[in-house]
Design a protein around this ligand. Structure first.
Ligand code: SF4
Length: 65
């Protein structure tokens, strides 16, 4: 699975960060700094929690191509 961020949808309230600061880093204004990344299997549950915490649906998980 890959973790992706749509920066156009992120409004910077850091609810993703609150679930897992390592997986969902933010800048000084609270906007997500998530890079498109491959997720190790042991981070999937944490990634799902962060994705589900985003009210703007700016984060998503995608199957590998
Ligand atoms: S919860 Fe969503 S909108 Fe808020 S900072 Fe994280 S990605 Fe951006």
């Amino acid at each position: 699975m890959r973790l992706r961020l749509d920066r156009n949808l992120c409004v910077g309230h850091a609810q993703c960060f609150a679930t897992d600061p390592d997986l969902f880093p933010i800048d000084d204004e609270g906007f997500s700094l998530v890079d498109d990344q491959e997720l190790p299997a042991d981070r999937l549950a944490a990634a799902r929690a962060g994705v589900n915490a985003c009210p703007e649906r700016a984060l998503r998980l995608e199957e590998d191509a």
